[in-house]
Design a binder for this molecule. Sequence first.
Ligand code: MG
Length: 304
Amino acid sequence: MLRNLFVATVVVTLAGCATVQMRIDDVKPGCGADRPFAEGGERATLWIRTSAEFRSSAEGIYRSALLGLQQGLNDATWSAEPTQKGDFSRLPPAVVMDIDDTALDNSAPQARMLLATACPGDFDVLWDSWVAERAAPAVPGAAEFIRAARELKDPQGRPVRVFLITNRACGARRGVASACPQQDDTLANLRALGLDTSTLNDDLMLKGERPEWVSEKLPRRQLVARDYRIVLNVGDDLADFIPDVRQQSLAEREQARCRHHDWWGARWFVIPNPMYGSWQRVLGPELDAALAQPSIPSACGETG
Ligand SMILES: [Mg+2]
C-alpha cells in the first residue's frame, strides 16, 4: 500500500520538461545478496528533513563560513587548498563548494529510496530522475552564502568567484540530446533558488565533463588553484577536502583530518550529512559489528 502510494507520488510533470518518472516500478522487492541502498537511514533522513537542529546547524556553519571568507580575503598568504603552492598571493580569490547535501538538499530522494526499499542497482536511474526534477531545495544558509560570497572582494577589488565541484555525473539520458543534461538541470535548480547562474555555467564542474574529472575532486581543485587563490572550501564529506580518503581506514581518516586540525571552521566548513558519505562506506555492511567497536580515539593531540 505504502509502495503504491509512493509510486503515484513520484510521477511529476515539469514545466518545459518531459514527464519524469522515478522508476520505482522497476524496483524489485528484495535486493538479493545486497542490502537496500538507504537501509538504516530513517533517523538521519528525518533529521535533515525535519529538525530545527539541522537547520540551525547549517545556517550557523554558513554564517561562520562567511566570516572565515572575509578573514581569508584580507590575508594573501591564506589558501584553503593544501596543494596550492607558489605565489598564490597575486591570484584573485575563489571559494570551492560541493553541491549535493552541501548546497542542495537531497533528503527527498533518500526518503523515496527508503520508502521504496530501493536496492544499490536501482540507484543510478532513481538519482538521475531526481536530478532531472530540478527540485532540490537549498541547504539552509547555502543560497544566502553563495550570494553574499560573490558580492565580496579582496583588497585589490577583485570579486570572489564560487566554483561548484560536484560528483553529479554527466551521462546520456534517454530522449535527451544533450551529452550532459545534468548540467542544465543543476543550473536550472540553482536558478530556481534565486541564484544568478550567468557565470555559474563556467563555475559548475561536473564529474565526467573532462576525462580527468573523476570522483576524486583534487584535479578539479587544482585546476581552480592554477588561476585563483582558494580562500574557502565547503563540503559534506571528508573527500571534498582531502584526497584518497575513500580508500582509507577509520584510523587513517582520523589522522588525515587531524593534519589540518586548525583549518576546520576556519578555511574548511563541513555541513553535517548523516544520511550517506565516505564515512559510511568505510564501515562496510556489518553495522552491528561497527557499533560494537570502541570510538576512534582522536589523533589531534591535546587540541583534538
Ligand atoms: Mg556532497
